[in-house]
Design a protein. Structure first.
Length: 352
């Protein structure tokens, strides 16, 4: 077993991105296989290795490649699913790459094709395709442009775990062979399939020559840098996660404060309603007392009227008896009327 591991970001960039003919040939072979188009000439625009990655948001040891027709490809090796959302990250890379073209004083018909190509060592999409190409399309797969050649911005994904590593070598296609080599090149000639490919496949032979140029000490340094980079990535991701958690907590705190304020407002409104109800109750009680007082006054007045009527009745009875006595003694009705200051009709009414 050897230290070689092409899934390592540093090793991947070193093998395919170094400024030498062997690396350039290996890169052209890689692009030919996975872009499924003949690649005659490419130039790596960022062949230098990252020196300071302590502030990198995520490991971006990408290869920025330009073809002879000025097509640009951003090539990456993505080992694992990160907490920093991949489905948002790579369209962002694609848009940034496409927008990096200098269009000052030019027609947009002169925009060159840009491709972001990512090798994933995790399954991303729920289909059996090892390679998927994403373009602008409308709902129902209606293309944004009439002809595919007019589609200048693409995202190409390669999901290595979808390769059946137990498939016989003779039925593997070029993409499957190269992915198998990426995943198992650390085994070298100890792996029977690697050995057969090195002996019979020109592309794999070319890759093997590049891998063999890296000394054990160089591999150790690459692995150390790789570990530091990913430790830093995990640290930054954890920091981002903590920041997001803090933001989420702050949102919850504000929401709770808003709920508390709303509850306080409701409580105040309920207190106001309670006071209004108490005022109404008091007013009703005052009305009830006033009605009770009026009722008593009415009762007292009725009693007084009743007493007065009784007294009048008693007086009338006395007067009636007196009139009868007067008539019995021979007094005339006219004389009785004058003595009582009542009309004869009133006297006759009393006598009924």
């Amino acid at each position: 077993m050897r230290s070689a591991n092409l899934l390592n970001d540093f090793a991947f960039k070193y093998v395919f991105g170094e400024d030498c003919k062997e690396a350039n040939d290996a890169l052209k072979s890689l692009l030919t296989v996975f872009l499924e188009r003949k690649v005659n000439k490419v130039v790596v625009k960022n062949s230098e290795m990252v020196k300071d990655y302590s502030k990198m948001k995520s490991p971006r040891l990408d290869l920025l490649v330009e073809f002879d027709d000025q097509t640009m490809v951003d090539l990456e090796m993505q080992l694992r699913q990160t907490k920093d959302n991949l489905m948002n990250r790579f369209p962002y890379y694609s848009a940034r790459l496409h927008g990096s073209q200098d269009m000052e004083g030019k027609s947009y018909s002169q925009l060159k094709e840009t491709i972001v190509m990512i090798f994933f060592n995790v399954n991303i999409f729920e289909n059996d395709n090892i390679c998927n190409t994403f373009r602008y399309k409308c709902d129902g797969d209606l293309p944004f442009v009439k002809e595919e050649k007019e589609d200048r911005m693409k995202l190409r994904t390669i999901e290595m775990p979808k390769v059946d590593l137990n498939k016989p070598l003779e039925v593997m296609n070029e993409q499957e062979k190269m992915i198998y080599y990426f995943l198992n090149c650390h085994k070298g000639m100890e792996d029977s399939k690697i050995k057969m490919m090195i002996e019979s496949d020109e592309v794999i032979q070319m890759l093997e020559k590049r891998v063999e140029t890296i000394s054990d000490d160089r591999w150790k340094k690459i692995i150390e840098d790789f570990q530091k980079l990913h430790e830093n990535e995990e640290r930054i991701e954890l920091q981002l996660e903590l920041e997001e958690l803090q933001k989420a907590k702050e949102k919850v705190r504000k929401a709770q404060e808003d709920v508390r304020k709303e509850q306080e407002d409701v409580r105040k409104e309920q207190e106001d309603v309670r006071k209004e109800q108490e005022d109404v109750r008091k007013a009703q009680e005052d009305v009830r007392k006033a009605q009770e007082d009026v009722r008593k006054q009415v009762e007292e007045a009725d009693k007084k009227v009743e007493d007065a009527n009784r007294q009048i009745e008693q007086m009338n009875q006395v007067m009636k008896q007196g009139i009868k006595a007067m008539l019995a003694n021979g007094m005339s009705l006219e004389l009785i009327s004058k003595s009582l200051s009542k009309s004869e009709d009133e006297i006759m009414e009393l006598l009924k």
